[in-house]
Design a protein around this ligand. Structure first.
Ligand code: PLP
Length: 389
């Protein structure tokens, strides 16, 4: 179903992309468990109805919903967040292309551009995206794109996102942003001038920790270019995952609004706790880019990280004492999750590299869920009580 732009985001999350209203029509898009459809006319290879071509009814239904929420002309749903990222980057960089990227990317993306790019004849230069001074020096004749994240993991830095768009336009680069942490509820990059928005839909978009998927959103022409690449790379989404994702997105605004509120309450409480040395949350006045976050974002998100006055062993013991909060990787689900980045997402870095990136052994990352914040705080409190000062 097509929805009017005058409708609120929460209304569009429910109705956009759903089946047209006809007597006897289903209310939701059923799962089409069929690898291909009967061919009427061969036409273009990319148009043959086949799951790998990402053009089956479950793909297009959820893609329409996500294009609507991000304010894009078109969207492409993919098998994983990483398949969205790899397909989009390979599509825009072309042969021998060079990328300018934020220096604190999600580990999988960082590994891709650091370790796999050279094998593919591609190159990447990292910059501090919170300030534009070093960006010009990173330009090369073959630079094609600039890549950032709306909030970084686990420090929750906020890049100069408006500056990135200006820089991209000035130097004719494609601007890409991984909007997984902010979600379209808190930030819609296309409205600010970004060219392509990427998501690990595994996280907030789905919100129930029960699938992996990715999304690319942008102009019809750019999304088609990425789909063409995806068809050859083979990262298409399974129709059942599309169905679950479409169902999950219907409650996105409810969940993210609650996560924004809960995370702010928990971050504020943590900041006052004597065993907590530092809290990273863009909604706190103490965050170095708090003013920027206030002007860019409708909410500050559900991710909080905090540093315990503790070494690795003690921080690990803190995690094991948690009873309600789930000690695991990933993020964006309805349940509150906790992890220690030095032992998980950033375990591949040396101790010096982690220190330079501000990732102490005692740093804990929380993905705040939709439980009562009082219950989460009580659990954190009992686990913090065992941390020796
Ligand atoms: N982008 C961000 C910010 C992530 O946190 C992740 C996964 O943790 C990804 C991309 C990759 O997504 P996926 O695991 O769905 O491939």
């Amino acid at each position: 179903m097509k929805t009017e732009k005058t409708l609120s985001l929460s209304t569009r999350a429910v109705h956009a992309g759903e089946p047209e209203r006809r007597p006897g029509a289903p209310i939701t898009t059923p799962v089409y468990h069929s690898s291909m459809f009967l061919t009427e006319d061969l036409g273009r290879y990319d148009d043959i109805k086949y799951i790998r071509s990402s053009n089956m009814p479950n793909h297009t239904a959820v893609a329409r919903k996500l294009a609507d929420l991000e304010g894009g002309e078109a969207a492409l749903v993919t098998a994983t967040g990483m398949s969205a990222i790899t397909s989009a980057l390979l599509a825009v960089l072309g042969k021998g292309g060079h990328l300018i990227a934020q220096n604190s990317l999600y580990g999988g993306t960082q590994a891709l551009v650091t370790h796999d790019f050279p094998d593919l004849g591609l190159a990447c230069t990292f910059v501090d995206a919170t300030r534009p001074d070093g960006w010009k020096a990173a330009l090369r004749p073959e630079t094609r794109a600039i890549y950032v994240e709306s909030l970084t993991n686990p420090r929750l830095d906020v890049a100069d996102l408006e500056g990135v768009v200006r820089f991209a336009r000035e130097h004719k680069l494609v601007s890409l942003i991984d909007n997984t942490f902010a979600t379209p509820v808190n930030f819609r990059p296309l409205e600010r001038g970004f060219d392509l928005v990427l998501h690990s839909a595994t996280k907030y978009l789905n919100g129930h920790s029960d699938l992996v998927a990715g999304v690319v959103v942008g102009s019809a022409q750019r999304v088609e270019q990425v789909r063409h690449k995806l068809i050859h790379l083979g990262g298409s989404a399974d129709p059942h995952a599309c169905f679950l994702l479409q169902r999950g997105v219907k409650t996105l605004t409810l969940r993210v609004d609650a996560q924004n509120r809960n995370a702010l309450e928990i971050a504020t409480w943590l900041e006052r706790h004597p065993r907590v040395a530092r809290v990273n949350y863009p909604g706190l006045a103490s965050h170095p880019q708090h003013d920027r976050a206030r002007t860019l974002f409708a909410g500050f998100g559900g991710m909080v990280s905090f540093e315990l006055e503790a070494d690795a062993a003690e921080a690990g013991a803190f995690l094991r004492r948690l009873r309600l909060v789930v000690h695991t990787v990933s993020l964006g689900g309805v349940e509150t999750l906790a992890t220690r980045p030095a032992a998980t997402s950033h375990a591949g870095l040396s101790a010096e590299e982690r220190k330079a990136a501000g990732i102490a052994d005692g740093l804990i990352r929380l993905s705040v869920g939709i439980e009562s914040p009082a219950d989460v705080i009580a659990d954190l409190e009992q686990a913090l009580a065992g941390v020796k000062g």
